[in-house]
Design a protein around this ligand. Sequence first.
Ligand SMILES: [Zn+2]
Length: 126
Amino acid sequence: MNEQDKEILHVKRLLSSKSAEIRTLNEGQHFKNAERTRDEHAAVGKSWKEFWQIFTLEDFPDTCPFCGEPLQVNEIDGCHIKIAGFLEGSWSSKKYIIPGHHGCNMQLGDEFDARIGIKAVEAIEK
Ligand SMILES: [Zn+2]
């Protein structure tokens, strides 16, 4: 991402005056795909994919956090996840967004160990 792209994303966030919690998902950390309804739209940005970038100001990873396979920008979804809690079988009450394959995003309810470290942005709905 060049400086101009970054500036545009930054301005989008400022204009929205929204804030979202950002957590770091470490490599090996446990998470699961979160169910969502089709009518949940990102509060900022034109998609959940752009939403992630607006709040992280980072390039998309070239490895999918779900499967560890190469990730091309055009196949990325902004995926809703829940992060495992300290207690066995407990999950974060909030949903977070991370980039990943569309196909990986479709495996609703499946559990994963993060294949790379990645920032997870609290999903703020419209
Ligand atoms: Zn994947």
